[in-house]
Write a protein that binds this ligand. Structure first.
Ligand code: TRP
Ligand code: SF4
Length: 371
């Protein structure tokens, strides 16, 4: 098999089908109807943005039986929080609304060891960019464990130590390639503990755990699933369920990447600059206006359309209207971008007000490490 995902490289995952084929990720569409029979799905699920899963049936069953389940995910404080990250927090807030227990991780250990970000910088970034934005987006304090990987419970560190005994270099190389670094290995072991610890009695003893992530994180999940089985007799751990969402494209046509500010819009972007970035963005438009009126645009290839579908237009009817106008050439990109930009500016202005209120609440949500 010559297809490996490297969670730390900047490759774009375009070939989502390969993930089904090679790694046994299942199409999310196969569980949506079942989910609908229990709860209202999230718009990202209905719109195919959340495209894949493993064992999501377990979560649907827990919802149907009214049993509590846990949701675990995290972000690395290594660059500004942007709209690509927001998708994940939107999902977390959705599951929190369904009554799930949330374990939300600030992956500062990974930021230090793999991304080589200074401690002070990443702690500040975590507190006043990521966590403050989570609160502004509506994350609630109830049913929430929001923690820094470097500053958590002693039993979590004990689990990390126990996991280390059960991993071999051969399987780490198979999962991550030959250029393993000690820091990467440590981050992986830490992440496995992030995902497995909610099953321990001390952390709630959750039978069902869901990990919503981007597909770049799947190597970690595959390894975690294998490992959970090696703890069967000690702790009775079982493999976690997971879902996978599509990445947003970069505004300039490439990957949305923290190393290129032109490629993303942060949650705290100056509205004028945000609007400018949208106006310059890569679209699914045609070479000339005449051609676009005749052939219609291609929303499937359009970053502006992604902004509508992922963030700006909650109403499905309104979204299909935009899709139709584009497809039939009734609207051209200039006008369409202006509309998107108005919506975005409105969002950013409201978000800024919420952000300012959220700043004072940060310490009610999380306990930062001292260095
Ligand atoms: N590795 C993830 C990232 O790069 C962050 C992360 C840490 C995480 N622990 C996790 C994600 C547990 C899902 C579950 O952003
Ligand atoms: Fe994208 Fe809008 Fe142009 Fe269609 S009309 S390609 S949605 S910018």
């Amino acid at each position: 098999m010559e297809f490996r995902i490297d969670p730390w490289s900047h490759v774009m995952i375009k070939e989502y089908e390969k993930l089904f084929q090679y790694f046994g990720i299942r199409p999310f569409s196969e569980v949506v109807d079942e989910l609908k029979s229990a709860v209202e799905p999230h718009p990202l699920m209905v719109r195919g943005v959340i495209f894949g899963h493993r064992d999501f049936n377990n979560i649907v069953n827990a919802l149907k039986r009214g049993e509590e389940f846990a949701v675990v995910t995290g972000l690395m404080p290594s660059g500004r929080m942007h709209f690509g990250h927001k998708m994940l927090i939107d999902q977390i807030i959705y599951y929190q609304g369904l009554g799930a227990r949330i374990f939300l991780i600030v992956a500062d250990v990974e930021a230090y060891a793999v991304r080589k970000i200074g401690r002070k910088e990443s702690i500040e970034l975590a507190l006043y960019d990521y966590v403050t934005n989570y609160i502004a987006l509506g994350l609630s304090k109830s049913n929430l464990h929001l923690y820094f990987q470097s500053n958590y419970h002693p039993k979590y560190y004990r689990l990390i130590q126990m996991i280390s005994r059960k991993l071999t270099f051969a399987e780490l190389r198979a999962a991550y390639g030959d250029d393993l670094e000690v820091g990467k290995v440590m981050s992986v072991v830490t992440q496995i503990a992030d995902i497995l610890h909610p099953q321990l009695r001390e952390f709630g003893g959750f039978k069902d755990v869901l990990v919503p992530v981007g597909p770049d994180q799947d190597p970690h999940l595959r390894l975690t699933r294998d490992l959970s089985q090696r703890f069967e007799s000690e702790f009775g751990l079982k493999p976690p369920a997971s879902t996978y969402h599509r990445f947003m494209s970069g505004l300039d046509g490439g990957k949305m990447s923290s190393s290129r500010p032109e490629s993303y819009i942060t949650l705290n972007e100056d509205p004028a600059i945000a609007s400018q970035k949208l106006m310059n963005a890569f679209t699914g438009g045609r070479a000339t206006a005449e051609e676009q009126r005749r052939l219609g645009g291609e929303p499937e290839k359009c970053v502006i359309y992604e902004f509508y579908a992922y963030h700006l237009v909650p109403d499905d009817g309104e979204l299909s209207k935009i899709y139709y106008e584009c497809r039939t050439g009734r609207i051209l990109c200039g006008e369409c971008k202006l509309r998107a930009s108005d919506m975005l500016v409105k969002f950013l202005n409201e978000h800024r007000r919420k952000y300012e209120k959220a700043v004072d609440k940060v310490y009610e949500y999380i306990n930062p490490p001292d260095f």
